[in-house]
Design a protein. Structure first.
Length: 88
């Protein structure tokens, strides 16, 4: 776990809706939505769409992971992407 990861990243993190996760991590790690959007290289309106439960693309989860310290796998589960089970 990254040292800059918010307190919301505890055991209940994966049960949290993505919009609620954003509500927890943005104020903990960034000044506001605009600063978070700038870090990700997107418009602030994109962050607002995610807050309204629009599912981010998997490629964006990589950027969100890099900005927050939350693993891509965890973010993918929160958003609802199914894991690749080809090797099982």
């Amino acid at each position: 776990m990254s040292t800059n990861q918010p307190a919301a990243a505890g055991a209940d993190l994966e049960r949290m809706p993505f919009a609620s996760l954003l509500d927890a991590i943005i104020p903990a790690l960034f000044a506001n939505d605009a600063a978070f959007a700038k870090k990700l290289g997107v418009n602030q309106s994109q962050v607002h769409r995610w807050r309204r439960d629009v599912k981010p693309q998997i490629t964006m989860l990589v950027r969100i992971s890099e900005a927050t310290g939350i693993t891509v796998e965890t973010l993918a589960r929160i958003v609802g992407y199914e894991p690749d089970r080809k090797g099982e």
